[in-house]
Structures are given as structure tokens and as C-alpha cells.
Design a protein around this ligand. Structure first.
Ligand code: GDP
Ligand code: MG
Length: 184
């Protein structure tokens, strides 16, 4: 087996969109029923993807609004971001848009591995405030991956984390391709 690859990702998004529920569904394989909303925590999980073994640290943040400043610890040493909104909350979608702007400001215009996640798609259609196409369009404008999920669905929740690992690989590969070109 090749050495374990270490990756660290941060979950960002408006409070109550389901960041902790998604993280815990992935880490513990269960939908939490009474998780303290203000807690910020870093979870760690080792898993195999393809032929590689990954140790993934997931920083589950307490949530952001338009006035939140992202601390240095969310910027440096971070391989990728999972930006979450709720399909039942248009405000959380606006906050996601703003968060991307903040990330670009702080990290510079370099390619950034991001998965944009529209959560709570299990809710009845009358609760929906953000169309799936809107989510996809926003992710495309960032050059990011997009998924609509429910934290109640273990398989879908897991896919978010395999997706961000793939995105980190994809972005790293495109960087080394660029470098090769500049040396030619
Ligand atoms: P966070 O503040 O973003 O970490 O959000 P939480 O994970 O604490 O979830 C906020 C609330 O939304 C809780 O009551 C969760 O049970 C609920 N919730 C989270 N994800 C889902 C989901 O996919 N579907 C539904 N119906 N409720 C969810
Ligand atoms: Mg939380």
C-alpha cells in the first residue's frame, strides 16, 4: 500500500444548513438528532479510495453570515472546501455566494478545490427555495463540483467527501500540468 495521503478540508456555510449533520453522517455513519449548533470541531477519518488510503480531517465550522471573517486556520494548510447551503433557504444560498468571494480574496485567484452542496433535498418540494439548476450554475461559475443531497442519506453524504478528495487531486494535477507547460 502507498503511504497514507493526508487531506484537510473545511465545511463552510450559513448556520443550520446541515454542515454538522453531513460531517457526522460521514464520520459516524449516523444522522445526529441533537448536535450542539455552535460547536466547531475537527473530525478525522481514514478510508480507502481506489488504490489510495486517505486520512481526511474535516473542520466543521460553527457557520458564517455576511459579516463573518474567516480565520487564518480556515485558509492556510487547507486542501479544499465544502460549501453548504440548504435548498430550503435562499439566504443560505446568498451566503454561499459571498463565502466564495471571501475565499478568493483571501487565497488569491488560484484554483481552489470546492464542492458546493445543496443540502436537505429530502424536504417536500413546497419547502424548496433554491432550484437545482441555480446551484449547478453557481458551482460552474466557480469551476467547482456540485451535489444536491440529504444528510439523512448515508451514501450521498459519503459521496461529498469522496468528491472533495477527487477535486483536490484534479486541481493538483492541473497545477502540475501548468508548471510543465511553463518550463517548455
Ligand atoms: P449546521 O449548523 O450547518 O451544522 O446544521 P446542523 O447539522 O446542526 O443541522 C441543523 C438542523 O437541520 C438540524 O435540526 C438537523 O437535524 C437538520 N438537518 C440537517 N441536514 C438535514 C437534511 O438533509 N434534511 C433535513 N430534513 N434536515 C436536516
Ligand atoms: Mg454545526
Amino acid at each position: 500500500m502507498p503511504p497514507v495521503k493526508h487531506r484537510k478540508v473545511v465545511m463552510l456555510g450559513y448556520p443550520s444548513v446541515g454542515k454538522s449533520s453531513l460531517a457526522l453522517q460521514f464520520i459516524k455513519g449516523d444522522f445526529p438528532t441533537d448536535y450542539e449548533p455552535t460547536i466547531e470541531n475537527t473530525w478525522s477519518k481514514t478510508f480507502v479510495l481506489g488504490t489510495d488510503e486517505f486520512e481526511l480531517d474535516v473542520v466543521d465550522t460553527a457557520g458564517q453570515d455576511e459579516y463573518s471573517l474567516l480565520p487564518q486556520s480556515f485558509i492556510f494548510g487547507i486542501h479544499g472546501y465544502i460549501v453548504v447551503y440548504s435548498v430550503a433557504c435562499s439566504r443560505s444560498f446568498q451566503i454561499a455566494t459571498g463565502l466564495h468571494r471571501v475565499l478568493v480574496d483571501r487565497r488569491g485567484k488560484c484554483l481552489m478545490p470546492i464542492v458546493l452542496v445543496g443540502n436537505k433535498n429530502d424536504l417536500p418540494s413546497q419547502c424548496r427555495e433554491v432550484k437545482q439548476e441555480e446551484g449547478k450554475k453557481l458551482a460552474d461559475s466557480w469551476g467547482a463540483a456540485f451535489m444536491e443531497v440529504s444528510a439523512k442519506d448515508p451514501e450521498k453524504s459519503k459521496q461529498i467527501f469522496t468528491k472533495i478528495i477527487e477535486e483536490i487531486d484534479r486541481v493538483e494535477r492541473s497545477f502540475s500540468e501548468e508548471k510543465k507547460c511553463s518550463f517548455m
